[in-house]
Design a protein around this ligand. Sequence first.
Ligand code: SF4
Length: 251
Amino acid sequence: MPVTAVTDLPVVELFSSIQGEGPLVGCRQVFLRLAGCNLDCAYCDTDFQPSKCARIETQPGSEQFLYWENPLESTRLLAHLSTWKHQQPHLHHSLSLTGGEPLLHAEALKAWLPQLSTLFPIQLETNGTLPQALQLVIDQVEWVVMDIKLESQTGEPTPWAQHGEFLRVAVKRSCCVKLVVGPGTSESELVQAAQLVRDNAPDSEVFLQPCTVAGQCSLNGRILLQWQALIAEQGVRVRVVPQTHCFLAVL
Ligand code: SF4
């Protein structure tokens, strides 16, 4: 059996694109998507299954890919990203560490992020349910973008206790909360989510993200205006940002 180093990672893909969601919307980022997830959200359209090979973009934005066998050695990924940085030192704002749920690999990330973060500041995109894993890497990330998973959208009970504990760790860095909302969202769960943020991470901003269905925003502006006001009433800053990369037709 091959020996897997603690820094080896099961990678789905590595590519360069425009961030379409959240606080860094519009920024050019490197996206590193890791395999595996601990949740099963009804709306999930992300391919996070572990596979034999990871697809690695050859040049930023080229949409041409190499296929490297998993798990990937961190040194190999680092060498590839160092080349990107050397060729276009001002192109990327940051690196988005995403999934799946990247914190499933917190031990490997803890070993690897000190080197990676010398190339790009790290934005962690997470489902906000693994607070102990976050503790391992929190000092190496600049931004934490965490979901509060609303039952109306995921089809599973919202893990309120884990989200609260997660927020209390995430506040060590720049932290914000994404709420994916859709036609079935209830006002009571929006209020509960806003109060959880207010009570555990009062400086964090909430991003209301309407579900995208068939390339269109699933909610009209009138209901989004109401929900934004409802969250603001709880004393929480709130922005409405749909998934812009869908309209741009980029990865
Ligand atoms: S947490 Fe994210 S990746 Fe995991 S199932 Fe839910 S939407 Fe998909």
